[in-house]
Design a protein around this ligand. Structure first.
Ligand code: GUN
Length: 287
């Protein structure tokens, strides 16, 4: 029998734990606060940011939102980051990516105070993760790690294949799995014979941004399959699109021992981990 991981349920339990920690922080006089910054008119980015604000409200975390006209010069965004760094009511800062082409993304990530970098993308925090001493684990790979642990998937000695090498998911995922003593392969768009790699894997994390890239024919019986993909594909429905993952769910489920659905798998955990990092930031900045 395949276990279908219920990301919504796991995330809810974690959010409940975090809500209690927020309560305790408030009792000690600390009001956790997260700032989200959006410099984009992309509807998906707008949706993601508003969901993050709603998640904060639900937990009792103060949410501060700044919108910057994407046509404006980069200096406006840099100034906002400097102000948020200096604001004691702001424990965490998240600049929604992607930023416009005329903005230097590296400068944005470098500029955020590493102690408020709840994405975990500041070079200092990336370095700490690689060195095995993470401060903030990036939200999506942290969510994947949490789900695998919750499902009882053994990582020590497991062959793990990550499909995708992004800075946000693939690369940090590789480091987290290495720290759990898995043998890690990172496959990407130039990888020769992807199926040969995934067929040898005990754990497959699909994070390539390619709809239904990994199907059942590329898996061996008993694999744990985690689908990070959220792809909008055209559909004949009211919205005009539907969301599909990087895994072809029906055929993969035939082979998998454990699998995450899309939606309702990794997505809710990514959101919960942002709250986790914000609470962590507020706790460590307490005095
Ligand atoms: N855009 C897509 N994913 C992310 C993320 O995890 N953090 C930020 N800041 N922007 C994103």
């Amino acid at each position: 029998m395949t276990t279908v991981i219920d990301g919504d349920a796991v995330a809810k339990d974690l959010r409940d734990e975090l809500a209690a920690r927020v309560e305790t922080l408030k009792e000690s006089g600390v009001q956790p606060g997260l700032a989200t910054v959006l410099m984009s008119e992309d509807p998906a980015s707008e949706t993601y940011v508003s969901m993050k604000q709603r998640d904060c409200e639900e937990l009792g975390i103060e949410s501060i939102h700044v919108e910057i006209d994407p046509e404006k010069p980069a200096e406006g965004l840099y100034g906002v980051i400097d102000d948020l760094n200096a604001d004691p009511n702001v424990n965490g800062i998240l600049v929604q990516l992607p930023v416009p082409d005329h903005v230097d993304k590296r400068e944005v990530l470098r500029r955020i105070d590493p102690a408020k970098d709840v994405d975990g993308f500041h070079p200092e925090n990336v370095g700490r993760l690689v060195a095995g001493n993470p401060r903030f684990k990036p939200c999506t790979p942290h969510g994947v790690e949490y789900l695998l642990d919750d499902a009882g998937v053994e990582l020590d000695g497991a062959d793990a294949v990550i499909v995708g090498r992004s800075d946000i998911v693939g690369k940090p995922m590789a480091h987290l799995l290495l720290q759990s003593d898995a043998t890690v392969t990172v496959a990407h768009s130039h990888t020769d014979d992807l199926a040969a790699k995934t067929r040898d894997a005990d754990v497959v994390v699909a994070a390539a941004g390619v709809p239904e890239l990994v199907d059942g024919s590329m898996l061996t019986e008993g694999t744990a399959v985690v689908d990070v993909g959220v792809n909008r594909v055209d559909a004949d429905n009211e919205k005009g699109y539907e969301l599909v993952g990087d895994v072809e769910y029906e055929s993969a489920k035939e082979k998998a021992d454990v699998i995450t659905p899309v939606p309702g798998g990794v997505g809710p955990m990514t959101r919960a981990m942002l709250l986790y990092n914000t609470v962590k930031a507020a706790s460590s900045q307490e005095d």
